[in-house]
Design a binder for this molecule. Structure first.
Ligand code: PGA
Length: 230
C-alpha cells in the first residue's frame, strides 16, 4: 500500500518541526510519502518516509520568477510530486495541457508523478464522471512512453469528497478505479476524506493501491491508527 500525505498549505516552520518528530513515530511497512509545503522540504530529515512535492513548474530552469523546477526538487531528495490536484485546477486555473507538461518535466528529472483526477458533484449527477476522468488522464499522459506511464501513480479524488467528510460508496470507487485500470496499467490511490474511521469500509475495495490523505496527514495520532488498519 502507498500512503501519500498531502499537507497542502499548512504548518509554520516550528509546527512542521514538531509534526515531523511526531510523524517519525508512525511505524509502518507501507510506502509513506510526505508532501509538505515547499518551504519545509529543506528541513526534512526523516529517512523512513519518502519525500514528495505538491507542485512543480512546467518550465525548465531560467527566467521564470517564483517557479520551482523539477531538478531543484530532485536536489532536495524529492522522489514524488503531486500534480493535477483539483485545488490547483480550480484556484490556479491549471489546464490539462499544463499538467501534461508537468508530467513531462517530472519524468525528465526522474520524479514519479502522483497524478490526481476526479469529478465534481455536478459531473457525477450528470453521469459524466468517466468522461471527465478519462479526459484528464488522457491529456496528462498523452505521448508519455509506455514505460513511464506504468510508473505514474494515479490518485482518484472525487472533488465533492475532498475535505467534506463525504465519501463515495465502495461500488462507486470500484467502478472508477476499474475504469482507470482498464485504460492505464498504474497504481491507483483513493483520496477524499479518508480517515481512521472509514478505512475499515474503504479497505474492502481490493482495487485501491493506497490513499492520498489531506486532513488526516496533519494528525499523526489518527494517522497511526489509520496505517495500523491497512
Ligand atoms: P482530504 O484531502 O483527505 O482532506 O479530503 C485529500 C486531498 O485533497 O488530497
Amino acid at each position: 500500500m502507498i500512503v501519500a500525505l498531502n499537507n497542502k498549505s499548512n504548518l509554520t516552520k516550528d509546527e512542521f518541526l514538531k509534526y515531523q518528530f511526531e510523524l517519525n513515530h508512525v511505524e509502518t511497512n507501507h510506502l509513506m510519502i510526505l508532501c509538505p509545503s515547499i518551504v519545509h522540504i529543506p528541513l526534512y530529515t526523516e529517512s523512513k518516509i519518502k519525500l514528495g512535492a505538491q507542485n512543480v513548474s512546467c518550465t525548465a530552469k531560467g527566467a521564470h520568477t517564483g517557479e520551482i523546477y523539477a531538478d531543484q526538487l530532485v536536489s532536495y531528495g524529492v522522489e514524488y510530486c503531486i500534480i493535477g490536484h483539483s485545488e490547483r485546477r480550480q484556484d490556479q486555473k491549471e489546464s490539462d495541457e499544463e499538467i501534461h507538461e508537468k508530467v513531462e518535466r517530472l519524468f525528465e528529472a526522474g520524479i514519479t508523478p502522483i497524478l490526481c483526477c476526479g469529478e465534481t458533484k455536478e459531473e457525477r449527477e450528470e453521469g459524466r464522471e468517466k468522461e471527465v476522468i478519462g479526459r484528464e488522464l488522457d491529456i496528462a499522459l498523452n505521448g508519455i512512453s509506455e514505460e513511464d506511464k506504468a510508473r505514474v501513480i494515479i490518485a482518484y479524488e472525487p472533488i465533492w469528497s475532498i475535505g467534506t467528510g463525504l465519501i463515495p460508496t465502495n461500488d462507486q470507487i470500484i467502478d472508477i478505479i476499474d475504469f482507470i485500470k482498464s485504460k492505464y496499467n498504474c497504481k491507483v490511490l483513493y483520496g477524499g476524506s479518508a480517515n481512521d474511521n472509514n478505512i475499515d469500509e474503504l479497505k474492502q475495495c481490493a482495487c485501491i493501491d493506497g490513499y492520498l490523505l489531506g486532513g488526516l496527514s496533519l494528525k499523526p495520532d489518527n494517522l497511526k491508527v489509520f496505517v495500523n488498519k491497512l
